[in-house]
Design a protein around this ligand. Structure first.
Ligand SMILES: [Zn+2]
Length: 309
């Protein structure tokens, strides 16, 4: 019996296709972000952008929050093409510090998004676009969207036509997108839905979606943080990936109200992972990173064609 099982297992192994070379690379790229500090992660972003043929700019800023005190941060930026108006494709690369003082490995949240965005940048570089596309990998998102806010302070939003932000895209084939970035974002939402239909993808729109750097651009959800006022409101969408069941569980947790049907005390898997010691490479599926890159590129291309420039 044992022998038969082993033989069967061996036969299975023999027919299993070897991982595609690109998958191995994407996996290694995400793994490179497992570092002891966010400073070390900055260098990984710069190195990977250079390896992809870009000349990244590192924009430093004085950031930090009440807990950390003043703390230098670094956004890493690349521009593609030219044009008076621009589309931003963004993701934060910083990882959160855990309660015991060590760094989260921060791969689901959010190295996988960063690598996906770099993949999208490689695709977009070969396109003839009407807009300038600015790829921004933000620092200090985990401290309160500081990198995004500092970028806005430094550059303004007058020329920004739209923002696509990716947060949490490490596994699964289902793209999640937030619907809570204000009325000005309806056109971007429509573009997301068109891309989902065209690519026959599973996509789930969230009326309530957790905040990321998107909120700094859309001006929503900042009133509570005392950041409201005369902020510009840019058409913005925040996207991410998860497995199909997990995406729906998360939808119910955030949008289902008291009768969401989830067991009492249920916490969607992704929220058990992120900001914990469980956010590790075992969770990462390079196929998702590839899918995210292709999807984000398709979305930016669609926005580029549809928005006035
Ligand atoms: Zn995040």
């Amino acid at each position: 019996m044992l022998f038969r099982s082993l033989a069967a297992a061996a036969a299975l192994l023999a027919v299993a296709a070897p991982a595609a070379a690109q998958d191995v690379d994407l996996r290694a790229q995400v793994a490179a972000f497992v570092q002891p500090s966010n400073e070390a992660r900055t260098q990984v972003v710069v190195d990977q952008l250079r390896a992809a043929g870009f000349e990244p700019m590192v924009e430093t800023f004085v950031g930090g929050n009440r807990q950390t005190g003043e703390m230098e941060g670094r956004n890493v930026v690349v521009t593609i093409g030219d044009g008076p108006r621009e589309i931003l494709l963004t993701a934060h690369y910083d990882a959160v510090k855990l309660r015991d003082g060590t760094m989260s490995q921060g791969v689901v949240d959010n190295a996988a998004s960063v690598v996906g965005v770099i993949e999208a940048a490689k695709i977009l570089k070969a396109k003839d676009l009407n807009h300038r596309v600015r790829i921004i990998l933000f620092d200090q998102e985990e401290l309160g969207l500081i990198g995004a806010r500092k970028w806005i302070e430094a550059h303004g939003l007058a020329n920004v036509a739209a923002v696509v932000n990716s947060d949490v895209a490490g596994y699964g084939d289902t793209m999640m997108y937030g619907l809570n970035n204000g009325a000005q974002s309806a056109g971007v939402t429509r573009a997301v839905r068109e891309v989902c239909a065209e690519r026959a993808m599973n996509c789930v729109g969230f009326p309530v979606y957790p905040p990321s750097d998107d909120r700094a651009f859309s001006g929503t959800g900042l009133a509570e943080a005392g950041q409201a006022g005369s902020i510009d409101r840019v058409p913005t969408v925040s996207v991410g990936f998860q497995d199909h069941v997990g995406a729906h569980q998360m939808w119910l947790a955030f949008n289902g109200g008291e009768t969401n049907g989830l067991a009492e005390g249920f916490v969607p898997q992704v929220f058990q992972l992120i900001h914990s010691a469980e956010d590790t490479m075992e969770r990462i599926d390079p196929a998702t990173v590839k899918l995210a890159g292709e999807t984000y590129a398709a979305l930016v291309e669609r926005l580029d064609a549809g928005l006035s420039h």
